[in-house]
Design a binder for this molecule. Structure first.
Ligand code: PMP
Length: 306
């Protein structure tokens, strides 16, 4: 790692400590930013850092920006390129988390979205596992997931993460590792910052994109791995009590990675241990992210040697 953590700010790579905004910034006052979370995984054998699926993450950032009328004057390819330059400037040789942000930047007291200028910034920091990846316990939250006509979950909006924080905080205070949120219709939506998959009778099932979820990049990787392994998948609404009947349950997301759930609302999931489908997909995921899966090598982008 370089002496000083560097960030991308105002079109330049500068020390993170100098990448600051005013307290009058619109996004700080009203939550009018959109963001992404990507991971880079260090592989000591190849001495390279692999960024997982950068193009799908930046494509989603652009879709999120469109929802909030945020101008993001970079193409997906340019954003991928800036990411590589930023990581190189930091000389990271460890696992990292990458946070791009596009936001309403004017110093303006004005509730609205039009006529307010936009900015883009990005920083990255070292980060390992932030939740355990096996044997986690979850609770169905009394906080409901925000609905598409309130604050769209499909867009990764900074202010919307109050919803995630309330549910996650409550779950942790009550002694669980994570929260599962139901949508306004009472059906299972997702966890506070990850998507959910359930296995019933050998079929991998996840809620549809119309269940107020963030359309996860990792969720798509799970579909691709399932197809590779010939595991049948089904996308359909999930009832709360189906979680109690599930043979297996896991969460997936860039931050959470892939985490097997062994307890839901204090009821054991399946045998009470992570199941075989969860373990199979999880194992391949952890190979893939470090560029160790030849079949999925193009799912990661090497920072130093590509
Ligand atoms: N849902 C929410 C609410 C999230 O914050 C995240 C993390 N970005 C996910 C799902 C998983 O998305 P991804 O796999 O793209 O990280």
């Amino acid at each position: 790692m370089a002496q000083e953590v560097m960030a991308f700010f105002d079109g330049r790579i500068v020390p993170l400590k100098d990448a600051n905004v005013s307290i009058a910034t619109h996004a700080f006052n009203y939550g009018t930013g959109v963001f992404e979370g990507l991971r880079g995984y260090w592989n000591a054998d190849t001495e390279d850092l692999y960024v997982v699926q950068p193009a799908p993450h930046f494509a989603r950032l652009k879709r999120s920006a469109r929802v909030l009328h945020i101008d993001l004057p970079y193409s997906v390819e340019e954003l991928v390129d800036v990411t590589r330059k930023l990581l190189r400037a930091n000389q990271f040789r460890e696992d990292v988390y990458i946070r791009p942000l596009a936001y309403k930047a004017d110093a303006a007291i004005k509730v609205g979205l039009s006529g307010i200028s936009s900015a883009f910034a990005m920083f990255a920091l070292p980060m390992g596992d932030y939740v355990p990846t096996a044997g986690i316990s979850v609770a169905v939250s009394s906080w409901r997931r925000i609905a598409d006509n309130m604050i769209p979950s499909r867009a990764k909006v900074t202010g919307a993460y109050v919803n995630a924080a309330l549910s996650s905080d409550q779950a942790k205070a009550d002694g669980y590792d994570e929260a599962i949120m139901l949508g306004d219709d009472g059906q299972v939506s997702e966890a506070s910052s990850s998507n959910l998959f359930m296995v019933r009778n050998g079929v991998l099932i996840t809620p549809p994109v119309t269940s107020d979820i963030l359309e996860g990049v990792t969720r798509q990787i799970v579909f691709d791995l399932a197809q590779e392994f010939g595991i049948p998948t089904d996308v359909r609404p999930i009832d709360r009590t189906e979680l109690y009947s599930a043979d297996e349950l896991f969460l997936c997301g860039t931050g959470v990675q892939m985490a097997g759930v062994t307890q839901v609302d204090r009821r054991p999931v399946g045998t009470g241990k992570p199941g075989p489908i969860t373990e199979k997909i999880q194992q391949e995921y952890f190979r893939l992210v470090r560029g160790r899966s030849p079949k999925f090598r193009d799912y990661v982008s090497a920072v130093y040697h590509d």
